[in-house]
Design a protein around this ligand. Sequence first.
Ligand SMILES: *[C@@H]1O[C@H](CO)[C@@H](O)[C@H](O)[C@H]1NC(C)=O
Ligand SMILES: *[C@@H]1O[C@H](CO)[C@@H](O)[C@H](O)[C@H]1NC(C)=O
Ligand SMILES: *[C@@H]1O[C@H](CO)[C@@H](O)[C@H](O)[C@H]1NC(C)=O
Ligand SMILES: *[C@@H]1O[C@H](CO)[C@@H](O)[C@H](O)[C@H]1NC(C)=O
Ligand SMILES: *[C@@H]1O[C@H](CO)[C@@H](O)[C@H](O)[C@H]1NC(C)=O
Length: 469
Amino acid sequence: MRRFCFPKLRLSRIMGLIQFILGGLVIIVSLSSLFRFYSAGFFLENEDICRQFYGPSDGVMGFDVQALSARVGEVLEKMEALQDKLEATVNLIDKNKEASNGGSISKLEYKKFLEEEVIQPLYSAHIALRQIRLPKVEGLGNNTTVREEPLINTFIIEEIRKYLSPKENRIGKINIYGTEKIYNTIGHACVLMKKELEEYMDYDIASYCKDDWNLAQKLMINGCDPLPRRRCLTRASKLYKKPYPINESLWKLPDGGNVRWSNYQCRNFECLSSKNPKRGYSKCTGCFEMEKEKLKWITNTSLVVDFLIKDVLAIKPAEIRIGLDFGVGTGTFAARMREQNVTIISTALNLGAPFNEMIALRGLIPLYVTLNQRLPFFDNTMDLIHTTGFMDGWIDLQLMDFILFDWDRILRPGGLLWIDRFFCKKKDLDDYMYMFLQFRYKKHKWVTFTKSKDEVFLSAVLEKPPRSL
Ligand SMILES: *[C@@H]1O[C@H](CO)[C@@H](O)[C@H](O)[C@H]1NC(C)=O
Ligand SMILES: *[C@@H]1O[C@H](CO)[C@@H](O)[C@H](O)[C@H]1NC(C)=O
Ligand SMILES: *[C@@H]1O[C@H](CO)[C@@H](O)[C@H](O)[C@H]1NC(C)=O
Ligand SMILES: *[C@@H]1O[C@H](CO)[C@@H](O)[C@H](O)[C@H]1NC(C)=O
Ligand SMILES: *[C@@H]1O[C@H](CO)[C@@H](O)[C@H](O)[C@H]1NC(C)=O
């Protein structure tokens, strides 16, 4: 075989080119240093410097110096790495020259080197510099404020930056919400999961998204919640069939073909049975078994902590119409309440099993929320909040306090809070009881029951009093 031969390049020409590139680098590095000075306030007027350094906060009012200098720092690192690489390469060329005679490289190798080792890093550094958004100066004449949109400089992926940029109204007027622009929001902990978020937002606009709901859920659970919206098409099961009619769907295991199973241990609904030790989830074992689910809340159990739906509804005849079921489950509570003409929204996370799909395929409403967020309901709107299966002795007391106050907020006066089989260590019961009792709700039912040697159950139905302040 004959190797294709390229004309040899002269070392001096290569050195000349590399010197030229290094010169360019120096310019860029100095430019980015200027940005760093700028970010530290060197180019600002005296007054502005005062605002910079002695302002009320380091970010919100002025601009986010930290994010900006982090971005500039990133670019500087890139440039330094590139410079090191180029210098090392030049040294290598020198060495080779001593070792072999001539010390020349082929044109192809040279081109490849330039493309991969020089032009690409240079390009990405260039883009990173271009992306730094300097704060907009608002106002006229001597009355100016420097304002940066929060978080934008924290991210590099263009799609995140586009998402975060406030969208001004098109006709330059105040919109129906009474604002000049719309802010898309993300959870503040997104900045701690930059890598994952950037992976999540790395897609081609209008093409198919990756099948990465589990990455999304991981981000959400870790505080990147709300997640940014995406502009890609979500995938669906190839085998998707229309759901069963509502008179059948409520109590029938759905068709497994309607779910994408790729991120679960199971591949169909039958596999999620409690008898299977490898089903992939641990909360609410048995809640994919319709025969067991059918008994809940309508048949007497031996446990005093299990109240029946009819008994609870009898507390407020014909008053309970809408509510929230906050817990882990497959929507059975909502299904039973639907039979009583009560509309229940069930919270659900896909922790090891497709809980959201299951609830929706049954013809009920899943609400995909984590514990992080204030509930998306207005004050004094819900007739009922039912909670089971998720809140137990693991939960931090202060977190629980914030959650309970949020529930109190959305519950209407005269609405019912049904705590269903809350359990905790015996020694913690007093703390938790205090949490529930602090709201001075009317006690309709209140039962504790020994679960095991050192654990207790608590079930209660409490009524929010009128608040006429
Ligand atoms: C700057 O502020 C002064 C008062 O502090 C005002 O008289 C002057 O007109 C302002 N200049 C401009 C350009 O707005
Ligand atoms: C600057 O202008 C804004 C309105 O654009 C005004 O609310 C603010 O009081 C002004 N600040 C000073 C120092 O004049
Ligand atoms: C459900 O309702 C449809 C008509 O609405 C009926 O044809 C069907 O037999 C019903 N199914 C059951 C199980 O009752
Ligand atoms: C359940 O228990 C109640 C009393 O607690 C009783 O009135 C009712 O008949 C029982 N229902 C069934 C189905 O056993
Ligand atoms: C629910 O509403 C339907 C239609 O309005 C009615 O026929 C039915 O009796 C109601 N069920 C209950 C338990 O109130």
